[in-house]
Design a binder for this molecule. Sequence first.
Ligand SMILES: Cc1cc2nc3c(=O)[nH]c(=O)nc-3n(C[C@H](O)[C@H](O)[C@H](O)COP(=O)(O)OP(=O)(O)OC[C@H]3O[C@@H](n4cnc5c(N)ncnc54)[C@H](O)[C@@H]3O)c2cc1C
Length: 433
Amino acid sequence: MSRPTFEGIDIAGVHKYKDDVISGLYKGLQGLVASRKVTYITGEGRLSSPTSVDVNGQRITGRHVLLATGSVPKSLPGLTIDGDRVISSDHALVLDRVPKSAIVLGGGVIGVEFASAWKSFGVDITIVEALPHLVPVEDENSSKLLERAFRKRGINFSLGSRFSGVEYTADGVKVSLENGKTFEAELLLVAVGRGPVSQGLGYEEAGVAMDRGYVLVDEYMRTNVETISAVGDLVPTLQLAHVGFAEGILVAERLAGLKPVPVDYDGVPRVTYCHPEVASVGITEAKAKELYGADKVVSLKYKPRGQRQEQDPEDRGRDQARPGQGRCRRRRPHGRRPHGRAGRRSPAHLQLGGAARRGRAADPRAPDAERGPRRGPPGPGRQAAALARLSPERTTIRTTRKEQPHHGGFRNPAGARRERVRGHRHPLAQGRR
Ligand SMILES: Cc1cc2nc3c(=O)[nH]c(=O)nc-3n(C[C@H](O)[C@H](O)[C@H](O)COP(=O)(O)OP(=O)(O)OC[C@H]3O[C@@H](n4cnc5c(N)ncnc54)[C@H](O)[C@@H]3O)c2cc1C
């Protein structure tokens, strides 16, 4: 384990820790492969026919070939990665020193992960991203929250202007952008994406259809050549380890004569391991609006502990989930305002508005008799009702927390987390709203 000292980061210790983790995982995989009686050959292979691969002067033939040659870091036209002052993520992972300063070209997943880790090591960081936001494929809200957090951490970034060139200085590099800005640092990390490894491997000769180096596959990972499948970073799907894994399982099951279902890429979770982390699953809000229309998309923001909502200034007053008003409402079983700080920061529950909870939202046009009693204006429940129209089976969303004692409130003696389910309410809360 690495030891931070007054002199700085023990980078040799960091690498030893990382290498130990990797070698443990590697040994585990070797054992797994051996236990399943898989023949494993070390060497550079080349596809020699639709059913064979040449490696180390030997031809291996099978009924089927699976291509999984992965990806390598990309660069930009005219930008040479020298491995010294201009490096890729491969070099960054084995860098034997902590630089004083670094420019990270690319604010995507890999770029922000290195920026975040290096900042923790004390490096002066500047990220350069051509698009208007960091982690641009994520929801814009996530990007804005990350940008705010990075600003607080002192991670500098320049958004919306493209890289135009790099030159060496006496002790580092100077990066220029198309908008005329320049930045200087000890090194430049190029993190502008990864491209497929497919050139010179016999894929074209075997007749495999490709696009910009990616091997094209259908939803069952079949190429246009009957005996060849492809998975992982080599194909134009999400470049994530668990995606490649799922695709590999799909092919194995298909070849074993089972009937696997295709991978649902919209359901793949994505995590960016910076600090704070960004995690998401499903399509983004922008994509949802594009697919279903803006009027069909409801956005909800809430924090389980009910502190003031993290919110962007431009959203203020629109999307904010404020306790007691708006789309999320603070529920007070005793019907009184809580006093003092603890009360303010500890709502018992956040829940979507009442209309949905009472089931009226399932069909807002239904007569009152069918919808249940109407209580006051529909304000707090309107968003929930809209959500319920989209997803009638989920009319209630609640979060629970450890209930806090406060004036006139109820106490949870065991201090345990209570799961509140629909129709179940605390006895003291019966009859109160
Ligand atoms: C810095 C970084 C951070 C990442 N973080 C995450 C993360 O947090 N979560 C996540 O899910 N994904 C992450 N990824 C992505 C993830 O690593 C890839 O999606 C995944 O490794 C792809 O698996 P693959 O098997 O398709 O390709 P690879 O892992 O690239 O494996 C391909 C293998 O094929 C070998 N090969 C290539 N050509 C030949 C040949 N001719 N003969 C023999 N062997 C050959 C290569 O040596 C390599 O071992 C990260 C990637 C990077 C670079």
